[in-house]
Design a protein around this ligand. Sequence first.
Ligand SMILES: NC(=O)c1ccc[n+]([C@@H]2O[C@H](COP(=O)([O-])OP(=O)(O)OC[C@H]3O[C@@H](n4cnc5c(N)ncnc54)[C@H](O)[C@@H]3O)[C@@H](O)[C@H]2O)c1
Length: 362
Amino acid sequence: MSALTVALGERSYPIHIEPGILGRAGTLLAPHTRGRVLVIADETVAMCHGAVLAASLSAAGIDHRMATFPAGEPSKTLATAERMWAACAEAGIDRGGLVVGFGGGVSGDLAGFVAACWMRGVRFAQIPTTLLAMVDSSVGGKTAVNAPFGKNLVGAFHQPGVVVIDPTLVATMAPREYRAGLAEVVKYGVIKDPAFLAWQEANAGALVAGEPDAVAHAVRESCRIKAWYVAEDETEQGVRAHLNYGHTFGHAIERDTRYERWLHGEAVGIGMGMAADLSARLGLLADPDLPRRQGALLDALALPRRAGRADPERLTGHCRLDKKAAAGRCRFVLPRRAGEVETVVVEDLAAVAASFAAGMDP
Ligand SMILES: NC(=O)c1ccc[n+]([C@@H]2O[C@H](COP(=O)([O-])OP(=O)(O)OC[C@H]3O[C@@H](n4cnc5c(N)ncnc54)[C@H](O)[C@@H]3O)[C@@H](O)[C@H]2O)c1
């Protein structure tokens, strides 16, 4: 299958998507290193899929090591990055070497940050293993670690030189984690591609069941759309912000429950419902049927649609602190119709609170 390309001039890179491709990863990574390779993976991913990757690197004649860390968001810290820099030193990663992020968004963000800083920047590759990482975090070059004062606040733009995606790897994911990734897939249809949205509606059963052909198609279409945004606006000065559809509401919901109750994708799904509601409230919605369609699709994908109980005013307050807020003003990505959204600075905070309330249990 032909690779997709993230078109960034001299820094353009391929996204290889193919069932079973992990067994050939070594061949695909070989042109991207003149030295050694350090694979950074969490312990779960290393245990489930590390042997296949290691065998393919060995078969391609690549001198490689794997450094692991405990799975989960709490590991995405400067302290773990420091351990990984020590691993770079031990593995002999020099300016010609390659760092590989192997795992979900945590491994990818961490490995990318490690690569961006090590020796002022070494080459980097992404091999995502969660659906969220395949359709979102592995493409686009955003890397970061969390700090005590906020998530993803310490980081760098550092594009990978190659992305290798084996969609069959999602088969070992926890079902809830897998479904949460589907919310980002829905997002791409709503913001950019009515045909992809319609395909998802027709194939929701296959998607939620994780049928390999459906997963592969969803990953490919999602990456195609993400690659377009990244090529258009690499550092998010404008249109790339559309990828944050559902995220301002979603981040507020996550923050309000101390990142314990909802997975990120679940919060984004709930947030997309709130964003569609806000669009209608502000008179921006050109297709009044879109909220119903989006909601029905989220239901068919077994994603939650309501955020439980919380104070809408407090949630609205969280939006003003969102990283994407401009000078304390709330910025939302709001849909007009399937495939068309816009970024709107919303002054009417009562409407925002009402949209929060509409997406919560009474
Ligand atoms: N850089 C970006 O553009 C970007 C975009 C979106 C999200 N993110 C970041 O991504 C992170 C979330 O990513 P995530 O949801 O992938 O979380 P994650 O990396 O923590 O993975 C979730 C869990 O799934 C396990 N896992 C991974 N692949 C598996 C597989 N194939 N089989 C079995 N278990 C597997 C992991 O061990 C982990 O326990 C957050 O830190 C978020 O900030 C970054």
